[in-house]
Design a protein around this ligand. Structure first.
Ligand code: RBZ
Ligand code: NIO
Length: 385
């Protein structure tokens, strides 16, 4: 596949199509239901019509989640309670189909692609030969749609591995920039290539996922850098830390912001100074979805930090973003408010992996299906108010 650059992807992002949005609003008003009765699903259907430039927009199936995995030099600052090797171990778990995101993806009928964009430890050779082949993990019909025979069957549509390791973990951002600009660009462009490959294979919706012990720290730092909020407002407890460790984590985020003074007008510079490889890849993945006018369901706080970076590169990319859920991590709400997005679900979840995005997939599909299938007052002979 030809490599698609960050610049050409950003240049291809266009605003939402206003006539298609007007058509969707007008159609919603004629469907056999009280006006406004589908709440947030109505505006979502209008946004997706605007993204596709068509009313109704295409049904978002097949669906593909990409789980971008990376490690973090800032782990050395004791910001997570978990050892770094869990990142690589979870990559093996994703490939074996045993993580939460795998269970949710089987439930929702989405393929899972795991991308090593920056894991510190080399993956075991057995994993690499079993999982990595050129067409693995692409939604080629191997994954049944929800509701079809075979949907939700454990083991159907085996997860795929993409090996695209840019660097075996970032540098410690409290000491030096986490990445060089070239490394940050390579990670963003990895996200773009993964999206291109999934879309070429037929995906009609992309979902973001992440894995990386300590990655809520760069996520919080990115969100503060791009939105201008404080370290306190962006920084949460991640996988679960006590009050003392949380106060320390806030100080680490503040120290990184003070050291680098990241400039939100230079998104690649921000990603290099205080980002993570998976955060940067997610930004590219979102930009590519926007460039192709395909919706991308954004997961939790790591995804949201990638989303604010994507919007800094191309403000119109927000038109492609659907906020799957509201992570309990506080930076997620700050980022979604900055983007003007309302999360679809609020279940108190704080996992990552793409879990909240995958749970929102049936909601997104239902919102679109309404425009395809619900009768109008005229066609069904139902009296209007
Ligand atoms: C077993 C396990 C599975 C996970 N799946 C996602 N995460 C999530 O937790 C990590 C971020 O939290 P923090 O910044 O506090 O380290 C990321 O790997 C994220 O994807 C997990 C974490 C663990 C431990
Ligand atoms: O919102 C997330 O993505 C998240 C929250 C806590 C830990 N890991 C991920």
């Amino acid at each position: 596949m030809t490599r698609v650059s960050l610049e050409s992807t950003v240049a291809a992002v266009r605003p939402a199509d206003q006539p298609a949005m007007a058509a969707a609003r007008e159609l919603q008003a004629r469907l056999t239901k009280p006006a406004g009765s589908l709440g947030a699903l109505e505006e979502l259907s209008v946004r997706l019509a605007g993204l596709a430039g068509a009313c109704p927009p295409p049904l978002p199936t097949p669906a593909a989640v990409a789980v971008f995995a990376g490690d973090h030099g800032v782990h050395a600052q004791a910001v997570s309670g978990w050892p770094q090797e869990v990142t690589g171990q979870m990559v093996a778990n994703f490939l074996a189909g045993g993580a939460v995101v795998n269970a949710f993806a089987r439930q929702a009928g989405a393929s899972v692609t795991v991308v090593d964009v920056g894991v510190a430890t080399p993956l075991p050779a057995a994993l690499r030969t079993e999982a990595a082949h050129p067409d693995a993990g692409v939604p080629d019909g191997g994954v049944p749609d929800a509701g079809e025979p075979g949907a939700g069957v454990p083991g159907s549509g085996a997860p795929a591995l993409v090996e695209a390791n840019v660097r075996r973990g970032t540098r410690d951002m409290t000491v030096e920039p986490a990445l060089t600009r070239d490394e940050a660009r390579a990670a963003v462009e990895t996200g773009i290539q993964v999206a291109e490959r999934l879309l070429d294979a037929g995906a009609k919706v992309l979902l973001t996922g992440d894995m990386g012990i300590a990655n809520t720290t760069p996520a919080a730092t990115l969100i503060a850098a791009f939105t201008g909020c404080t370290a306190e407002q962006a920084t949460g407890r991640g996988t679960g830390i006590d009050d003392a460790m949380h106060a320390h984590k806030i100080a680490v985020v503040r120290a990184a912001l003070d050291r680098h003074a990241p400039d939100p007008a230079d998104p690649l510079g921000v990603l290099a100074a205080v980002g993570g490889l998976e955060h940067a890849a997610i930004a590219g993945f979102i930009l590519a979805a926007a460039a192709h006018r395909v919706p991308v369901i954004v997961d939790g706080v790591i995804a949201a930090s990638g989303a604010v970076a994507a919007a800094a590169f191309a403000p119109d990319a927000v038109a492609a973003m659907v906020a799957g859920h509201l992570s309990a991590e506080p930076g997620a709400a700050v980022a979604l408010t900055h983007l003007g997005l309302e999360p679809l679900l609020d279940l108190g979840m704080r996992l990552g992996e793409g879990s909240g995005a995958v749970l929102a997939l049936p909601v997104v599909a239902a919102a679109v299906r309404v425009l395809h299938e619900v009768a109008t007052f005229d066609s069904a002979g139902v009296s209007e108010k």
